[in-house]
Design a protein around this ligand. Sequence first.
Ligand SMILES: NC(=O)c1ccc[n+]([C@@H]2O[C@H](COP(=O)([O-])OP(=O)(O)OC[C@H]3O[C@@H](n4cnc5c(N)ncnc54)[C@H](OP(=O)(O)O)[C@@H]3O)[C@@H](O)[C@H]2O)c1
Length: 168
Amino acid sequence: MIISIIVAMDENGGIGVENRLPWHLPDDLKRFKSLTMGHHLIIGRRTFESIGKPLPGRKLIVLSSNNSLTGLGEIKVAANLNDALSIAASQAETEVFIGGGREVFQTALPLTERIYLTIVHTISDANVFFPPISWSEWEQLAVEDHDIDEKHIFSFTYKILQRKTDKN
Ligand SMILES: NC(=O)c1ccc[n+]([C@@H]2O[C@H](COP(=O)([O-])OP(=O)(O)OC[C@H]3O[C@@H](n4cnc5c(N)ncnc54)[C@H](OP(=O)(O)O)[C@@H]3O)[C@@H](O)[C@H]2O)c1
């Protein structure tokens, strides 16, 4: 099972402000949807509260130490990342997505093999940041630019990064 992070960050690594995204980029949300569709998606309790609803077609696992978080229907709650990964692995998942926020990215990063990254070409008012990462340990598998248009006030770049192995 591949463990993949999916994240959008600004040029300072900013990812969130006041428990929401600092931007509205519909095409990035569409990409998020198509990449994660049909897969397990692990997110933190605060990110879940920010989304505020189930994500159709995604097998959502919310990380929380609060075991009274119930009544979420099909959405599973896991007390730690290992339990969440075990749930995904037990259901023959091929690629599990780590959807943030910062706290979950930080825990998952050492286990992560692939990062679906969107770099938003701005410095936003974010006050939540992606955890420190050594970019030199990652090789770029794909890159695609998205220009400013009537629906996107910032340009952005999609990248797919793979953790380098000892061989490369
Ligand atoms: N730009 C992006 O791609 C992106 C993606 C996702 C989120 N965000 C942004 O990031 C911000 C939220 O990030 P955040 O770091 O504040 O919160 P978060 O990671 O979404 O949620 C933190 C909470 O998740 C639970 N949790 C996290 N790690 C856990 C672990 N290993 N085991 C058990 N429970 C765990 C805890 O819940 P309990 O307190 O209930 O124990 C913790 O308080 C928001 O602004 C959001 O919009 C941005």
